[in-house]
Design a binder for this molecule. Structure first.
Ligand code: ZN
Length: 486
């Protein structure tokens, strides 16, 4: 635990769970048993320490002077549930928690738990652990890795490793790099998507979605996927089969069978539409959203365009009076030519808002600017920049503009330098390799022949890596002997 001693206890690390922080405090502050410390520090009475509702929230807020609402939002997974819980109930839950009435919070929350089995493990990502140890000197439990039935790291796209959930003792993930062996099987694209969209949902901290508009959006998505008629009639069996097929290989077996294999009580997924007022677990919504729309963001675009339409309906004439068909055509042409939303809107003399909604209606993907990226997405971009990935590739992966990635890069001049160095090392490696490989198959080649046969690498090394080149090349033939025997 020597490394843990070096790390700060004053506050949780970004994305650290409260249990993880409490464990670090506990491991450092007491000489006796965990239970002795717990009863003294938080008045512990035997509840599950890793619970979604940590009863010690108030104690930690007092101990650190950090606002308890902030701790709740940033260091628990509660915001993941928020879009799918009535605002009134969500605030009752959070108030109960803040007032240390944990059982009250639990009873309100249990509404959501229907048919979603609870997981018995805590999860960590070996690569995240490596980064944490390198940057902070300690590894800890990340909230994004504890999201329900997510078994892939949303950043590294590798399988998470499970560790038995302790009930009343302190446990942290391994404190050594390469201890947690990465799982050999590669996760499916769907399970990666589920991990990333779950993390996105958590970090959005979005307020409640309107149930009826939510339902309309689902019907729109079903119609687009030919799982509902244009009049909105749902093809129930086809939807179930298609959803089942999509997730079959991607979900952990226990969860998959809890949700899909009880044929007799097959209420999911149609109950999301037929009982919009009932509260359904966010995971059920996410499975449907990813299957129909591809991502939560695309679902929200569709949801918001319904909102725009409903506003438009109140004054159907005004929009058409102000914007002519020619303007719309011009806008679409400019977008087709690859111009930015802003440029296209300017050329067509329409507002950016109008341009955006028209673009979405016509299936254009909106590339987000830097200020529209979430903080965890910015962190991911920065990590990839540090790895030396191309800005164009990152923009594609994050569905944002290249400008947004470059803007982040300009904020970190050190990373810019690092990337230049990386590029240099990559080139150096490539050219050294090609000369080395050549030399293994041409052991008797003279300097002149090498220069001729691997020209590009020879000249690059001559310019940038001369001492290595001369050390590697065979001895030069003395000038006087050069033309002998020719
Ligand atoms: Zn990771």
């Amino acid at each position: 635990m020597a490394q843990i001693r070096c790390s700060s206890l004053a506050a949780p690390f970004p994305s650290e769970t409260l249990y993880s922080w409490l464990s670090r405090i506990g491991m450092l502050s007491h000489g006796g048993s965990d239970s002795g410390f717990l009863s003294e520090f938080i008045g512990y009475s035997g509840e599950q320490l890793t619970s979604i509702f940590p009863s010690y929230l108030g104690t930690l807020a007092q101990y650190s002077g950090i606002n308890s609402r902030f701790l709740l939002t940033q260091h628990t997974i509660l915001p993941y549930y928020r879009p799918f819980i009535r605002t009134k109930i969500y605030s009752e839950i959070t108030n109960a928690l803040l007032n240390r009435e944990k059982s009250e919070a639990y009873s309100k929350f249990s509404l959501l738990a229907n048919r979603i089995p609870e997981q018995k493990l805590l999860f960590y990502c070996p690569q995240c652990i490596g980064n944490d140890l390198e940057c902070l000197g300690v590894s800890f439990w990340h909230k994004e890795h504890q999201l329900p039935w997510v078994d892939v790291c949303y950043i590294h796209e590798t399988k998470l490793v499970g560790s038995v959930k302790p009930r009343k003792v302190f446990v942290l993930p391994p404190q050594q790099v390469n201890v947690g062996k990465a799982c050999s099987s590669y996760p499916s694209a769907e399970s990666i998507l589920l991990a990333q969209e779950s993390a996105r949902l958590l970090n959005l901290n979005r307020t409640e979605l309107d149930p009826s508009r939510h339902t309309d959006t689902y019907i729109k998505g079903l119609a687009a996927n030919e799982l509902a008629t244009t009049s909105g009639q749902i093809k129930q069996a086809a939807w179930f089969d298609s959803l089942d097929n999509y997730w079959q290989e991607a979900l952990p077996k226990e969860f998959y069978s809890a949700l899909f294999s009880h044929q007799a009580i097959r209420s999911f997924p149609v109950n999301l539409i037929y009982q919009p007022e009932a509260q359904h677990h966010p995971l059920k919504h996410l499975l449907v959203i990813i299957h129909l729309f591809g991502s939560f963001e695309k679902f929200m675009s569709s949801y918001s365009s319904l909102e725009d339409q409903s506003i438009d309906c109140e004054s159907p004439q005004t929009l058409h009076e102000r914007v002519s068909r020619e303007q719309i055509n011009k806008l679409l042409n400019k977008l087709n030519e690859g111009e930015s939303l802003r440029q296209a809107a300017k050329a067509a003399e329409v507002s950016v808002g109008f341009a955006k909604s028209t673009a979405l209606q016509h299936g254009f993907e909106i590339r987000r600017r830097e200020q529209f990226l979430f903080s965890f997405e910015r962190k991911q971009i920065l990590d990839w920049l540090k790895e030396g990935r191309k800005t164009q590739d990152i923009a594609k992966l994050m569905q944002c503009s290249v400008g947004a990635v470059e803007q982040i890069l300009t904020q970190f001049p050190v990373v810019k330098k690092l990337r230049n160095k990386l590029r240099f090392y990559q080139k150096r490696y490539k050219h050294r390799q090609s000369i080395t490989v050549y030399l293994t198959t041409h052991t008797k080649a003279s300097r002149g022949k090498i220069q001729n046969d691997v020209k590009a690498s020879y000249y690059w090394c001559y310019k940038h890596d001369k001492s290595w080149l001369y050390k590697t090349l065979p001895e030069a033939i003395p000038r006087a002997d050069r033309y002998k025997g020719q």
